[in-house]
Design a protein around this ligand. Sequence first.
Ligand code: ZN
Length: 66
Amino acid sequence: MSAWRTSGTTPLDRLKSQYDRNLRCGECGYVDEEGEWQARMTGDRVDYRHLCPSCGAVEHRTLELR
Ligand SMILES: [Zn+2]
């Protein structure tokens, strides 16, 4: 009775790809098409960081996995 799926896509991956589509700097408005969020899991949270290549500002998001 194995209900384990091997789709290769975790909820974290889906959240990440969601953010990857929205890499717009909150400071200067630069859209980083090639960039990606760096995700770090902390307990039941995920911290996302993105460094703007245009102005150097760091975008930060936190998601709670529940
Ligand atoms: Zn910027």
